[in-house]
Design a binder for this molecule. Structure first.
Ligand code: ATP
Length: 287
């Protein structure tokens, strides 16, 4: 195989709890991850040597700092691949948004190298390599609905959640994941989301049980610092969302609606008030 094309999907967190902190600064988490229908488009081509990336977005870091580069180079090193790869990326996922955009591109690069160079690696082998670059990469390789524990790398696949209309809005602010976690450490967490209750709701296919338990401890830091996040959440709920939450360390907010008309109404109000330049009406995607 000389060419490989893949869609790299974004995720949201239906629930995000922080349960501890390791000595190396990593946080222990308990998160419900869900793939959504927003994706980057990547095309990989086998070359003689080197790693070259062209992207249609100026927002991304240069070649060697790009997670695609890091993933391809890790595969080259780990499996003694002397050949190279040329990558072209169409970036649709908002950057630094809490949607694992970088991690999902890295996961796509691991899969691509596996295919292009006929390595025959299993999902687990790719995940073991991927976690060296980022805690979300093992999940991005898996996709769908899953519980993520540890630093995010211990995964339990879950049944798909019932279908719904999803509105995703990324306000024009940039949030540093590291800063958010650091500030969280200086607070006591007053209440934790009911992750176990959400798992039961997912296992019985109960959308109301899921939307009633959306929760993210990181909102405590970001909603205070960036009021626009709270405004978007309120507006989605006023327009009939069954639930609304910030994803990951933010600033992206999503709302879960039963009907497209509710999501469209919220979308036009978010646009009218100029609260978020990047918006998507989409759905959950299964693994
Ligand atoms: P997470 O939800 O995993 O915290 P995120 O959505 O907050 O991720 P990303 O879009 O993954 O954030 O970007 C985080 C940083 O990673 C960016 O600021 C960017 O500099 C860097 N990065 C490196 N490679 C990529 C890539 N291919 N796509 C996006 N960001 C990348």
């Amino acid at each position: 195989m000389d060419n490989y094309e893949i869609r790299a999907y974004a995720k949201i967190n239906l629930s995000l709890d922080v349960t501890g902190r390791l000595e190396n600064g990593y946080h222990l988490v308990k998160m419900v991850m869900q793939t959504v229908g927003i994706f980057d488009e990547l095309r990989f081509e086998k070359t003689k040597d080197g790693i070259a990336i062209t992207a249609d977005s100026g927002e991304l870091p240069g070649e060697q700092d790009n997670l695609i580069y890091k993933a391809a180079s890790l595969m080259k090193e780990a499996y003694g691949i002397s050949g190279g790869v040329k990558v072209s990326l169409k970036k649709n996922i908002p950057v630094a948004a809490g949607m694992a955009g970088g991690s999902t591109d890295a996961a796509a690069a691991l899969k691509a190298m596996n295919e292009l160079y006929g390595l025959g690696l299993s999902l687990r082998e790719l995940q073991e390599l991927g976690v060296k670059l980022g805690a979300d990469i093992p999940y991005c390789l898996l996709g769908g609905t899953a519980l993520a524990e540890g630093i995010g790398e211990i995964l339990t696949p879950l049944p798909p959640v019932p279908g719904a209309v999803l509105l995703v809005a990324k306000p024009a602010i940039n949030v540093s994941t590291r800063d958010v976690y650091q500030e969280l450490d200086s607070h006591a967490i007053p209440s934790h989301p009911d992750v176990d209750g959400m798992l039961s709701a997912i296992r019985r296919g109960d959308l109301e049980g899921i939307t009633g338990r959306l929760g993210n401890v990181l909102e405590m830091v970001t909603v205070e610092r960036y009021p626009v996040i709270g405004r978007i959440k309120s507006l989605m709920l006023e327009c009939g969302a069954k639930g609304s939450l910030m994803s990951g360390s933010g600033p992206t907010v999503f709302g879960i609606f039963e009907t497209a008309s509710g999501a469209e109404k919220a979308l036009s109000r978010i646009r009218g008030y100029d609260l978020a330049p990047q918006t998507f009406v989409t759905e959950f995607v299964n693994a």
